[in-house]
Design a protein around this ligand. Sequence first.
Ligand code: SAM
Length: 364
Amino acid sequence: MTKGVNSAPTKALLSSKKAPRQTSALSGADKLEKYPLEVSALNPNQNQNIDEASSANAHITVLLDEAVQALAIKPNGVYVDGTFGRGGHSRKILAQLGDGGRLIAFDRDLHAIASGKSVNDPRFSIVHSHFAAMQAKLAEMGIKKVDGILLDLGISSPQIDEAERGFSFRYDAPLDMRMDQSGGKTAAEFIANTTEQQLAEVIKNYGEERFAKSIARAIIAERNDGRAITTTGQLAQIVAGAVTRFEPGQNPATRTFQALRIFVNQELEELSLTLPQCLALLAPQGRLAVISFHSLEDRIVKQFIRDQENRDDLPANFPVRAADLPQPKLKSVGKTIKPSAKEVKANPRSRSAVLRVAERTLVV
Ligand SMILES: C[S@@+](CC[C@H](N)C(=O)[O-])C[C@H]1O[C@@H](n2cnc3c(N)ncnc32)[C@H](O)[C@@H]1O
């Protein structure tokens, strides 16, 4: 299930700290010629080379051992995989569960659901839903508490590599970008109906693109000239003409594609709505493990965990101490975990992954 309406970028979800970028100055035509096939709506740090493209239905699971280990699986526990994908994490969780254990997996993508249906295991259920409906869906199944929740955010390799999904301009395909193709608006529909200002905001806030205004202007000018923007190739070409500088080795449309993908799928809103549900669902000592692929989502996870922790950062002269306040329900576990050099070499798409882990405290 997908929400049908896309809202404008939520400023509160975002902040604009940017790392300085190196840039390259090529003409629009040169840019497309030099980088025609390299990237998609992956985030810019996942800048993907054609050599990295995987076969159409394969997904190499990122931080497989680390994420499942972080859940500290209890053999008879109840676990949730909020992002089934092709089930790499789910299979490993099932392998660690005993006969009394249970795993409920979610995905909003119908291909992922079809893949999940092939898992023949009585301890396993797959639910077609966005994960922001997790608490309600679990309640329908009579589940109020769980022992661990995993979110492996973003898109899967099959979504990128299947041309018709419209995430990638390695192919010229319909400009779709919906993870859930059973509902909601496509990127092409959004572009057909948005204003230049809203489009610029989306590209700036979700793509952290410095040329957002020029790109939005070029897209809307094309549209207003009667040429609907309906394909990935068309969009990539317009963007390439509007971007004057970009990171070496990166397609000029990378940030715009990332922004539209995040917007179309309401990815940051989904995450912000889901983290409090995870807190409510976790039983004492239950674990939350979240793998993020760009700083916009990692910032939300980091802030959520930090807000739940008992950090006595009240001013020294403040009459109340943290110990006097309601006690925290979550504590972070260890430091952030990133893929090893070996994993990044084997799967370059993993390079921007960050795993954060937190545990539900005993406080009711
Ligand atoms: C990175 S892949 C997960 C890969 C998986 N861990 C594996 O090992 O195969 C992310 C998956 O999460 C799904 N997804 C992303 N956001 C979602 C959301 N808000 N609700 C449900 N599924 C979502 C995508 O459709 C995609 O299949």
